[in-house]
Design a protein around this ligand. Structure first.
Ligand SMILES: [Mn+2]
Length: 197
């Protein structure tokens, strides 16, 4: 079987809070069990303390390459107990590129365009490290053409993936375009895109 990277393109764009050097958002793109796992973490607030928390969560996830999306959230929760906390969403695409698993705690949002239909899968309320809700991962069958966008709350969710100007963009171009047009001036802003090739 061809590696999933031949079927799925990844793009990411980030801009720290304009008054900070360090981003309190952090993202990971990993090869996980032959598939692809993408995590977007938003450390509470912004600045160095937020960056410290986000990196602690990222390290915990990276140390668990076979963990499911739900297990990733639990690992992150444990790692974040000694920090100010973070919110996070995790998505994984299986090795065949036909199934998406998605889970999140807090307001790292997701937008999915799949077979022409746009949805915004909901995450559970909570704050990893502080308040861990019951995790309910979603499993979604992917069509031939699909786009998943994860974005932190430094990005306004007023875009639609059905916009004609987005259709021809690569994953990286789409991440750059959403960040450019929808980032808020008062927070770290991050967009991660997975798109079928
Ligand atoms: Mn934020």
């Amino acid at each position: 079987m061809d590696p999933v990277a031949t079927r799925v393109a990844v793009g990411a764009a980030n801009r720290p809070h304009p008054g900070e050097l360090a981003s309190g958002d952090h993202w990971l793109v990993e090869d996980a069990a032959g598939g692809l796992r993408v995590s977007l973490i938003d450390g509470a607030g912004h600045g160095p303390g937020a960056a410290f928390a986000a990196h602690a969560a990222a390290a915990a996830i990276a140390a668990a390459p076979t963990a499911s999306v739900g297990e990733c959230l639990r690992h992150a929760h444990e790692a974040l107990r000694a920090t100010r906390g973070a919110v996070m969403s995790v998505a994984s695409v299986d090795a065949a590129g036909v199934s998406l698993s998605l889970a999140g705690v807090g307001n790292v949002e997701a937008a999915l365009l799949n077979g022409g239909a746009e949805t915004h899968p909901v995450t559970q309320r909570g704050m990893l490290g502080l308040a861990m809700p019951r995790i309910r991962p979603l499993t979604i069958a992917l069509g031939d053409q699909w786009t998943l966008v994860l974005y932190s709350d430094g990005v306004r969710g007023r875009f639609t993936l059905r916009a004609p100007e987005f259709a021809a963009l690569s994953a990286q171009e789409l991440a750059d375009a959403i960040l450019r047009d929808f980032a808020r001036a008062d927070d770290d802003a991050t967009v991660v895109v997975l798109r079928s090739r």
